[in-house]
Write a protein that binds this ligand. Structure first.
Ligand code: ADP
Ligand code: MG
Length: 395
């Protein structure tokens, strides 16, 4: 083991490992990038038609966000080069939370001045957005990420509005090109007929990555992020094999980052397979790990309480009473004031909407009908994920 000073870590550009980083090249997504370009090429002709819309779908870590962001950046540039004024904007519907917040976030990106967040009704925000599009003489490529969260929670209104803008204002409609990102295209089946009639558009489907594709992706990322030869080829290969089982590039990058931190901690010269094994043991794969990152503190505490209680009782389901008492124990342990019964019900409904827990109505017993709660993902994986998030986050 060699000694290194603390500031000389194995990573030379750690920011490259951030999940928001958008590389210039996206290996193994060339075909999909061309499909997007083909759908949007109509904008280059300056045709007086309604701007195109497209859906990008695929599982977590299939590269939906990074593909859409890179496409927005590149296409804006291409349009400018041929003299078409263009800009691209990006909103994450889950982070914005409500249709109103999504619209205000879009308006704010289009207008440089501050746009008031409060005091607008949804209808006023829609009008303001359309006015904004009509006024700016620019072709807008808007990426709407994680749209399924809004549709699941608030129905089709936002999609309805965005896909029918040309009916209200034709110049606004000609300027708004949309990339909708949804995890599963079946969400469209929940739409009402009138929304569906205008919301249907081409779908670019991203399949899961194979282990060798993940190897290319993280090999390049490791070269950029780490010092030369600081990640052994065996470590890259092990990460690719583990993450390849799920086809998830995000998990691969998380494992690489975590393994790098372990190797740094040990002050060794390179990331080796053992660091990857340590990383994968504290960071087991969970398809819902992305959802967990966005939960607020009490939702996480509640989920942790459910996972612990289910593990200790070995039952498939818990009653609300059991969950509440397990939650209070977790709160006490973390020195956090527990939330009341009504708020917990709301959180349970949200966790169930996200598919993290399942709610069942159970018949029988003295009380007749009762709701019981089970976990949709393995309790052990969930616990280690939540516990590895440290102090349960501050959100
Ligand atoms: P999704 O939105 O489908 O869940 P992301 O776009 O967030 O997936 O991708 C997960 C991670 O993997 C990100 O860090 C992203 O930069 C990286 N990634 C995905 N596909 C590629 C690719 N083809 N080339 C380089 N990096 C990629
Ligand atoms: Mg994404």
């Amino acid at each position: 083991m060699s000694w290194r000073s603390l500031d000389l870590t194995l990573m030379r550009n750690p920011e490259v490992l951030s999940l928001d980083y958008v590389p210039i090249d996206l290996p193994h997504r060339e075909t999909e990038m061309r499909q997007l370009e083909r759908v949007f090429s109509i904008l280059k002709k300056g045709a007086n038609l309604v701007a195109p819309k497209v859906y990008v779908t695929g599982d977590i870590g299939a590269g939906k966000t990074v593909l859409a962001k890179r496409f927005g950046m590149n296409f804006e540039e291409e349009l400018r080069e041929i003299g078409v004024k263009a800009c691209h904007i990006y909103v994450n519907c889950r982070l914005e939370g409500t249709p109103l917040n999504v619209l205000t976030a879009m308006i704010r990106q289009l207008r440089s001045e501050q746009f008031p967040l409060r005091g607008f009704s949804i209808e006023e925000a829609v009008d303001a957005f359309i006015r904004c599009l009509a006024e700016i003489d620019v072709c807008v490529i808007a990426v709407m990420d994680e749209l399924d969260h809004i549709v699941r929670k608030y129905g089709s209104y936002l999609l309805y509005v965005l896909t029918r803008i040309q009916e209200k204002n034709s110049s606004a409609g000609r300027r708004l090109a949309l990339v909708f990102i949804v995890r599963n295209i079946s969400i469209l089946q929940t739409l009402d007929a009138s929304t569906l009639s205008t919301a249907m558009s081409p779908v670019v489907k991203l399949r899961r990555y194979t282990a060798s594709e993940i190897c290319d992706i993280i090999g390049t990322r490791a070269e950029m992020a780490f010092r030369e030869n600081a990640v052994s080829p065996e470590a890259i290969s092990l990460i690719s094999n583990i993450a390849g089982t799920y086809g998830d590039a995000r998990y691969a990058i998380e494992l690489l980052t975590r393994a790098g931190i372990f190797a740094d901690f040990e002050q060794v010269d390179a990331v080796e397979p053992e660091h990857v094994r340590q990383a994968s043991s504290i960071l087991p794969y969970s398809a819902s790990s992305e959802d967990i990152l966005f939960l607020n503190k009490h939702q996480r505490l509640l989920l942790l309480a459910i996972a612990r209680a289910l593990q200790s009782c070995n039952d498939a389901y818990l009653s609300i009473v059991d969950i509440e008492s397990a939650y209070r124990v977790v709160c006490e342990e973390m020195a956090v004031k527990p939330r009341g019964h009504t708020q917990l019900w709301k959180y349970l409904r949200e966790l169930s909407d996200l598919g993290l827990i399942s709610r069942q109505v159970s018949y029988g017993g003295r009380k007749g009908k009762v709701t019981v709660i089970g976990l949709a993902i393995p309790a052990l994986a969930l616990r280690s994920k939540l516990e590895s998030l440290g102090a349960m986050g501050s959100r």
